[in-house]
Design a protein around this ligand. Sequence first.
Ligand SMILES: [Zn+2]
Length: 220
Amino acid sequence: MFVGHYAAAFALKGKEKKASLGMLFIAAQFVDILFFPFVVIGIERLKFVPGFTAVNNFNLEYYPFTHGLLGSLFWAGLFYVGYRFVLVKNKPQKASIALVMALGVLSHWFTDLIVHTPDLPLVSGAPKFGFGLWKSKALTFAAEAILLVLSLWYYLRQTQAKSALGRYAAIAFIGFLLLINYLNMFVLPANDEINALTISALFFYFLFALIAHFVERSRA
Ligand SMILES: [Zn+2]
């Protein structure tokens, strides 16, 4: 899953308004931010198999540190401790901010579960899980779009626009995310070169987080 992960970020922001939306974007995508560099340096393994699913060529053979449920819990715990005891330790909402950040990290595994083939381990080996929506481009695109639109609706209900910009920025942003997803899925050729794929993935993850940061400043 790609942009659908940000549904968790919008929903958690709606729940705890003192948490940073930009950082929730990083949290929701955190294990993928680690995954691509981990493949590059050989800690985890991704094999490109043409036609492996309709959406991409990813045979995700071995990635327990970022996409094992236990590994995800570890990174979520790290976010919790880092937020609660370091980053927001002086804020009265520190426990609740730390919790939504940790849930953001953990949400990645459960949203990946919808689309991945059974390749998500609990720890490392079998059993592995995945409902396999990647078999269909249309269903994958629809699932990500539905998650984003529902979370946007909740986020807009929970926050108020500070200006005309704030009224439309979040809606335009979701439109932009869906456009990128559409181009990625239906228009652009598959990117099967791991270094180029890593650079483009990280570029978009940080770009989206930066835009989320500015969108959030337009709303209270
Ligand atoms: Zn992932």
